[in-house]
Design a protein around this ligand. Sequence first.
Ligand SMILES: [Zn+2]
Length: 308
Amino acid sequence: MPLERHADLRQQSEWLNAQLASDDALVVVIWSQMNLVRLTSGIPEPVYLRISDAALILGNATEVIYLGHDGQAPVFAADLAQLPERRVLKILGHAAPECEMVNLRRIGTLLEPGQASILALARAMAYWHQNHKFCSQCGRKTHSKRGGHMRFCEACSSEIFPRIDPAVIMLVEQNNPIDGIPRCLLGRHDKLPKRMYSTLAGFVDPVENLEQAVIREVYEEAGLRVINPTYVASQPWPFPASMMFGFRASTDDREIVIDNNELEHAAWFSADEMRSFGEFDGPNTEIALPPKDSIARGLIDTWLAENA
Ligand SMILES: [Zn+2]
């Protein structure tokens, strides 16, 4: 994340107004959870509108969120959520010709990681605002404060902050395979794109630690009792509001018993088998691996490198 967030300064409305009035201010546009990008060369580039070109956009925005400073430039996200698509395209046709609204999930791998982070933050914050327009305590309308990093209910003084949903994602390895060839578990979820096999994953339950979530999810989805869940890395996953905690674990069990409500199929795969799988967005192969920007793929690629 290249932006300096200024978490203290953004609580002051005078400071925020000064940033929004600055000639250096830049605006990224969100609509319907999509981001504005330029695709002239076929490779997407984020579009930062100068504040002087963004008056109509800011005037029509449901939310204007301060994302942070990129050097001297304050960067804001403007969400055009309330407008119909036709109107959005008309406004953008003037402000940002040759640009279009795209799903970040589709183009994430093509962006420079820092730029992808900024667009993801804009999308995640816009999603949070859209889904917290009313107070969960008293049902009245809430409004944005602190540059869009808090919502507040005047009626009952509730303060509402952005929330993320923790989820675990785990690569499960077979202990002591009969033929000596290491294998790991991949499954096909009916919500995944066709052909794609991935590591198992699931949301963390209340009053459960991450390790317990790994053990429970693998048992629920594949009937395997894993041991030694070990944390590897995490990845924000703003589609729409998750944090993925990546783990490795292993099991003495061999027989997979899938939960058909969760998985269509799951199997043990060797490294050689997995190397024959295609890319999720590449030529048609029988089985494809998850996208390269996913932590699932990171877990798989690390395991493949260890089993070269
Ligand atoms: Zn309230």
